[in-house]
Design a protein around this ligand. Structure first.
Ligand SMILES: [Zn+2]
Ligand SMILES: [Zn+2]
Length: 115
């Protein structure tokens, strides 16, 4: 298992490498990160309470990710990789104004982002 690189600002995550993500100002959930399916995850949010925060969690990789123009697949509220159906993360839309994300699927090393 390679080392987890982590940088979180104005946010809190329930477990070391995944689970619920919270805004530190109002303590509401802003998202959920699946533990073992990401290589690289970035999530910059504007909370409805006015707080701005960010999460960066990444495992070092020798491989460069392939950028995809495809959208993530939504299964219930979980965003999944369209190549292999890996569940990746959830955005709690009702608690945030906006989010900018980028995620690389560990299984297929494909990178998805929303802008
Ligand atoms: Zn907040
Ligand atoms: Zn994948």
């Amino acid at each position: 298992m390679s080392e987890l690189i982590k940088d979180i600002k104005n946010g809190r995550i329930l477990k070391n490498n995944g689970s619920w993500m919270y805004c530190v100002k109002c303590n509401m959930t802003v998202g959920y990160l699946c533990y073992s399916t990401y290589q690289n995850f970035q999530f910059d949010f504007d909370c409805k309470c006015g707080n701005k925060g960010s999460f960066r969690l990444a495992y070092k990789s020798e491989q460069d990710p392939v950028k995809s123009n495809k959208d993530l697949e939504q299964v219930k509220n979980r965003l999944c990789c369209p190549n292999d159906d890996s569940p990746l993360f959830t955005i709690v839309d009702k608690n945030i104004e906006s989010v900018k994300y980028q995620i690389t699927c560990k299984h297929c090393q494909t990178e998805y982002s929303n802008g």
